[in-house]
Design a protein around this ligand. Sequence first.
Ligand code: MRU
Length: 338
Amino acid sequence: MRVGGEHFRAMSWCGGVGGSLQWIDQCQLPHRFILRDSRDAEAVASAIETMQVRGAPTIGAMAAFGLALAFITDRRRFESYWLPRFRQTRPTAANLFHACDAMESVATDATDEGMIHAACAYADSEVERCRKMGEHLAEVLAIGERRILTHCNAGWLATVDWGTALSGIYHLARAGEAPSVLVDETRPRLQGARLTAWELFQEGISCRIQADSAAAWMMAQGRVDAIVVGADRIAANGDVANKIGTYMLSLAAREHGIPMYVAAPESTFDLHCPAGAGIPIEKRSDDEVLMAHGVDSNDQEHLIRIATVGVGANNPAFDVTPNHLITAIISEKGLWKP
Ligand code: MRU
């Protein structure tokens, strides 16, 4: 998608075997657009852990490139060290494990070029899935549902290109419709306020940021036609793990008769997990809740404390929405009723 009119992906490989992985540092957005270069598998694993790259399909593609780098630079420890290293970076998004499995299966008799090629093919296939999914989602949203509420960042930054929830909105906009988007700020890391609003602004799509706690009231006021979110893992019964706060949205949506759509590519489905209770939920640092990060009017970065020193916090990064609260799941293959 576009940044200042130029096309970018969340990450891309530059050059051949001697080349490097170029990726957007999402922790710097929206204040700074910084592209980083890595030829070091550990730097790639660490970027996933620190959420400099985040979003389920992007995490998967990043791990695929990281494993290609690990294969080239430290082939001897590819299976014993690097596969477990990448699988341990974040626990919830199924895409990470899908990508690690895909790279493991090609590594058996691959060359260095073959591993780079496999990682590029993996990223391209995620982009294509998201593009197709967006077409299906746009058809659903075109039926009068153009005031759309979304949560977290389910855009191109989260999926290499296009997005999951936002892919449908981008397709609608390109078809000449004028969707308007209510963006939940998405405490505590503010992926909505920092990333989703930035993406939509770059694409010229009308949006407003709201506190997460305003969502139910906006629904009650008749100002939401549909809710569209992405997913980090979908269990076999259609229960959906997504960013913390999604479950709360689904409860309010049910109360107000508003459709709740989930958009996700096949790589997010975990058919080995029978139900949401089996999905591992990442717990992150208390400081993400207790501290705030941003820039002042002189563009200087600050990390400031919000709460009383000594008070702890709960910080589950995801929740599970039970399938009966979901209107439909949209994948690249079409629309599914849980
Ligand atoms: O913790 P994050 O920012 O990686 O969480 C991302 C989300 O929860 C997204 O909604 C999800 O990955 C689906 S969109 C690709």
